[in-house]
Design a protein. Sequence first.
Length: 241
Amino acid sequence: MQVTPGLDMLPATRPSKRDLHLQIMIFDKEVWQITLLSLQVSGIATALSLLMGMPFGTLLALAKFPGRSFLLSLVNTGMGLPPVVVGLFVAMTLWRSGPLGDLRLIYTPTAIIIAQVIIAAPVVTGLTAAALQALNPRLQLQLLGLGASKPQMVLALWREARLSLLAALMAGFGAVISEVGASMMVGGNIRYQTRVLTTAIVLETSKGNFDAAVGLGLLLLTITFLVNWALTWIQQRGARR
């Protein structure tokens, strides 16, 4: 008599080693600490880049002064700065024997923020200048003719170019959340202190822990997508107004 095995007689399906590793990573406190530090560092760097880049980009777009074209060229060049070069110069500046060595900022989150601001600020500045230069030149004259002060005029122009400025914000955040060279050089990838997602991915890859590296990479991609999805939603919502 042939017996058909029931579900309780069949061998249990065990999750793969990779699935188990990913499940452990989700609940790992160190992974969450690395993720929060990544968001904190990149968020602060992006905010500082906006505070610096938008006013400077506005000045380059609206003002006429000697050397303006040269400054625009410098900004456009800075948009393509290799992060590893930025990390080199920041490390030399913050090193113990460097000009700012007494501040003891090397291998701290502050050092990473400084490097990321240098990377993102030219991106925000250049895109802000391009966005305002793309507006109708008559708009500025119309606003001044209606009695608007210069600060009011600038705010009105920012509002008019808000979609492009949000794109500048997304580009600035994307430039810093994904960079690894500068963070590794000035942060040192120190566990529980300066290790961020990108440097953790490099570390796990160098050790041959590809499952962990893939998991961290997926986490980084998810965070980047969610942030950009939120900013894109705000951007498109503003476009319908």
